[in-house]
Each structure stands twice: as C-alpha cells, then as structure tokens.
Unconditional design. Sequence first.
Length: 253
Amino acid sequence: MTADEAARWTTAVLLLAATLYSACRAMAASGAAGRVGLALHSLMMAAMALMLLPRGQWPLLPQVLLFVLGSWWFVVQAVSYRTRPRDGPPVRGRAVAGKHVGDRPVAGRAKPLYDAAAMAAMAFMLAAGDLGAVPQSEAGPPAPVPVAPAHHGAAAAGPLTARLPGWGDQLSLVPAVAFGLAVFFGLATVAWTLRLLLQLWPLTGGRSVAAALCSRGGALRGARCPRFRDVADTAVEIVAAGALALMFAALAA
C-alpha cells in the first residue's frame, strides 16, 4: 500500500491491537447494539490490517457486502427513534440537553453516522481498488488472463466485475473521491486526537476531563468510572481514522 515499510508495519500492528481491543469490548458489552457495533469495528480494522500484511488477502465480495450492510446498520441506529447508550440497552426516561437525567450519558446521532461513513468508505476502497486492477481493453472484453492482485492486496478471488467499454471514464473519478475521503478521515483523526488530549488534560481542580464526564458519584450501575475505557476507545478511533486516511491517500496517488 505504501513504499514506507516502517509506516506500513507500524500501522498494521496498531490496527491489530485495536482489533483485539474492540473484539474484547464487543464480548464484554451488555447490549446487542453495542456488541454488533464493536464487532463491526473490529472486523473493519482487521480487514485494514490484513491489507497491509504481505499476501494478506480475504475474498472481496463478502467484505464489500459486510461493510455495506454495516453502513446500513449504523444509519438505522442513527435514525432510530429510541436513543441508545454506548454499550447498554435503550435508555428510558426524560432527556435534557442530549443527556439522560439520572443515568449515564447517551450517544448522539453523529457517532453512528460517522461509523456508517467509515463502513461505506471501506466498501468503496475495496471495490475501487479491485476494479482499478482490471486491465482495460478498448477492443473488447478483457482476455482471460490472471489478474494482478488488487490495490492494497484486498482481493483474493479475482475482480468484482469485468470492465465495460467506457469504464475508464468512471474510474477516473476514483482518485478524486479517494482524495476527498483522505482529507475527511485526516480531519477526523485530528478531531479524535483533540478529544484524546482533552480527556487526558487535567482540569484546574486536578481531575481529568474523562473523570469529570462521568456521572455524579463516579459510578455507573455500581461500577467504577470507566476512564481507561473512554480513553482507549478514543485511541482506537484515532488508529482507525488515521489508517483510513493513509489508505485513501495511497489510493488517490
């Protein structure tokens, strides 16, 4: 994906670590929505890590379908009537200023929409990288010769579809779209990094922002305030957004 071997291996190791963390979080989540969302995140980061490893290949079509369905699932979560907490069952009761009174804060709609965009971008990257590897033939259908491995090493079972006449005009838009997505996820990386710094930066009273954001009393249903979990979740988002930005920059090049 990139000529810099150090950057490639560093990103792959970070993605594998984030995959393991998200998988453990998915198994420990109490609600079905939290488990599904974290499992999708884990699969997305595992797929990106595999792209960076030598000869790391998964079948293309199942991946595209998975991430398209994942994007649809997050959109449904965003537009659903009942607001859900991050890892638990639907919250019932009165809400004030986007937070549930007397219970843990609830996630807004922006995060599921961002997750849906990440899933859709992943499906686009897989499909665009595979189609870009199909040799073009202006005289007719391509000859039945072995196809070169797809961009990022994403495809293992041949192209998603044969290139039609004039398909090159559509493929010429891929670098522009990839560049736009690289900028978007680059900005997302900066935003998640700023969030992490705010979580770690101590307030005037000596407490961190992560501790201040916990519910009054410092307990969630009898458990201690999960400050480490909040910081780790943000770090995982930084890794995922940064990897997407790097991969789309390589696709646009």
